[in-house]
Write a protein that binds this ligand. Structure first.
Ligand SMILES: [Zn+2]
Length: 304
């Protein structure tokens, strides 16, 4: 009678048939994709176009000209000001997992020869959450852009403010907003790119303050979670609510850009805004043949 209990579990069968690391499963179309093919395709599913999440390092590699990146504030990291239980361990784990010191990497580089300050949030580092160090790095990147009379390009992927730093995290909303405001007042452009997901305190601050706001297809973009809003307003929300496409449709963002077009689109914008260009124009980084150096993240494209 209880025979069905002893049936082999589908998941364990699947795991045995699938050599670890060779294949990735697309969370949208459920197809198995050869991992090398997925990486060649900038981690976009060749079957359905789903944009898998990138680590900050992968993003920098496919966006910037080869060897053009000079990181700033590489060592800056959060302390544990509130003595929040388990926070130091979580930070340590995230550092080991990503190889970075914080949930954002900032620096200066060139995109198709155009000089820019760039920041990339890493969702693999504690959900890309913004604590005091992340806020500080974003603010300093913006200050550096202003000091050097360069544009600022920010790629966001974040669950929002970092709860382990409580109100100190919330203060980063004001700090980063003020910093990009000063850049704006000085007359230098700020391009914000929203990747999956851009939510909470990051949408409520610098991510939505770009002079031009781009997003990747299908990216989740919002402030509060869908369920919270549904319970509050007591209405069913549309299926595509809080997607990049929905935001575009409602006029919240300027453009949805596929990953393969992102680099050239940002370069075109930098050109339009008159960003300084270095000569000779550097060779473009080889688009996504990320060698296992990227395995600093240690995680598969589909596992988060
Ligand atoms: Zn797919």
């Amino acid at each position: 009678m209880l025979n069905w209990l002893r049936r082999p579990k589908y998941s364990s069968l699947q795991r045995r048939d699938m050599p670890a690391g060779l294949w990735a499963k697309c969370p949208r179309c459920n197809n198995l994709i050869y991992r090398k093919e997925l990486e060649r395709n900038l981690k976009v599913c060749p079957k359905c176009g789903f944009h898998h999440r990138l680590t900050a390092l992968e993003r920098l590699e496919i966006t910037l000209d080869q060897d053009s990146f000079e990181e700033i504030d590489a060592e800056l990291t959060s302390t544990d000001p509130l003595k929040f239980e388990g926070y130091p361990q979580k930070l340590q784990e995230a550092k080991e997992k990503t190889g970075g010191a914080e949930a954002v990497i900032t620096g200066e580089g060139t995109i198709d020869g155009y000089r820019t300050v760039i920041g990339v949030l890493d969702f693999h580092f504690m959900g890309g959450s913004m604590g005091s160090a992340v806020g500080e790095k974003v603010a300093r990147a913006s200050e550096q852009a202003r000091d050097r009379q360069l544009p600022l390009v920010m790629f966001s992927a974040s669950g929002g403010a970092r709860m382990q730093e409580g109100a100190l995290s919330l203060m980063q909303l004001a700090k980063t907003s003020a910093a990009v405001g000063r850049l704006h007042d000085a007359g230098f452009p700020y391009i914000s790119v929203m990747c999956d997901p851009t939510t909470g305190g990051v949408t409520a601050s610098f991510a939505f303050l770009g002079d031009v706001i781009l997003a990747e297809p299908g990216a989740l973009i919002g402030f509060a979670g869908r369920r919270v809003i549904e319970q509050t307003i007591r209405h069913k929300l549309p299926d595509d609510f809080q997607t990049a496409e929905f935001c575009l449709n409602k006029g919240l963002i300027d453009l949805v850009v596929t990953r393969s077009d992102m680099r050239s689109t940002v370069a075109r914008l930098l050109s339009f805004f008159g960003a300084p260009r270095v000569e000779p124009v550097p060779v473009a980084a080889e688009p996504a043949t990320p060698e296992p150096a990227q395995s600093r993240s240690g995680s598969s494209a589909a596992d988060e």
